[in-house]
Design a protein around this ligand. Sequence first.
Ligand code: NAD
Ligand code: ZN
Length: 360
Amino acid sequence: KQTEFRNFPMVPRVVFGKGSFNQLGEILMPKRKHSDAPFIFLVDDVFENTELAKRIPLIFNDQIIFISAEEEPKTAQVDALVDKIKREYQDLPSGIVGIGGGTLLDLAKAVSILLTNNGSSSEYQGWDLVQKPAIFHVGIPTISGTGAEVSRTTVLLGPDKKLGINSDHTTFGQVLLDPDLTQGVSKEQWFYTGMDCFIHCIESLTGTFLNAFSQSYGEKALELCKEVYLGDLPAEESRDKLMMASWHGGMSIAYSQVGVAHAMSYGLGYLLGVKHGIGNCLVFQHLEEFYPEGVNLFNKMKEKHNIELPTGICANLSEAEFETMISVAMNMVPLWENALGKNWRDTITPEKLESIYRKI
Ligand code: NAD
Ligand code: ZN
């Protein structure tokens, strides 16, 4: 599979700029099919009763659905949202708009796919299983780092796996990047989600799958991360730059792959529900053996912003639980191949992974 050249979809339209959210109504108008085909806005519930919610350009029978990002998206949650929308409207919506972090962006992508493809979302977790185009979907990030705004995947926790729906139909049809929307994010969350981007860069730039396409985006994203987390930028410039770092970081891994931290973080996420951003940080701090320069930079950033990572996460796990986590991580074969090459199993054994997990 790796020898093929991937014909990779990009977001066809993107708006960037402070205050660009005010243009949303105008952007959606030509995409409205008719007055009975609504836009459904899936919005992070931190925005309930806020100024931002009031600025959402509702007309006709449009609807806002507030959703908590406390837990990462689940296949059953996607299926329930799709059922609700189908039940409440006779016509398919004109589009789905996701407003929030990676959690809400991924939900919007998945719901738009499942509105036109039958069955449960869990049947589409994997690579290129989606047959029909999704309905029009728009991504509006309110926190920067995951790259979910550009990626061709939506990561879902299913009944028996945590895996993305990777397809050409997953990518957004429109993205709106308004750095002002990221203003309310707490310092800790800003760090964890931003470090997701930083780790994408390190894993892509040091990986065996690296090529000039990925490198060009990865280097730019890394440079922006360093400015944001090690420099002393004014707040507004910092928000602008982190939003573009996220975009470039996402583009970088689109044509390569992530690595060790992501593989192991998936294990933590599956077993313990540890969220993607913090999970990556928890693992990455112990990976100096694989990413010496990256871990050194990470520690500097962590110190500069006085971030204390939680400890003892794996302290009381049973052998069976370690086994589950290790098997989820080891199943991420392309990630290990990218990180360490075809012979990755020479270095990565269950014992090795357990010794790293035990430090967390
Ligand atoms: P998130 O969406 O999980 O949100 C994190 C926290 O920040 C939540 O409490 C949320 O309410 C809060 N928040 C978001 N915007 C805010 C704002 N402007 N003000 C105040 N609070 C705000 O965060 P995330 O790290 O962006 O996303 C993680 C998810 O993204 C995971 O589910 C992960 O699997 C997924 N992900 C997807 C991709 C992809 O390519 N599809 C890539 C990486 C991660
Ligand atoms: Zn990531």
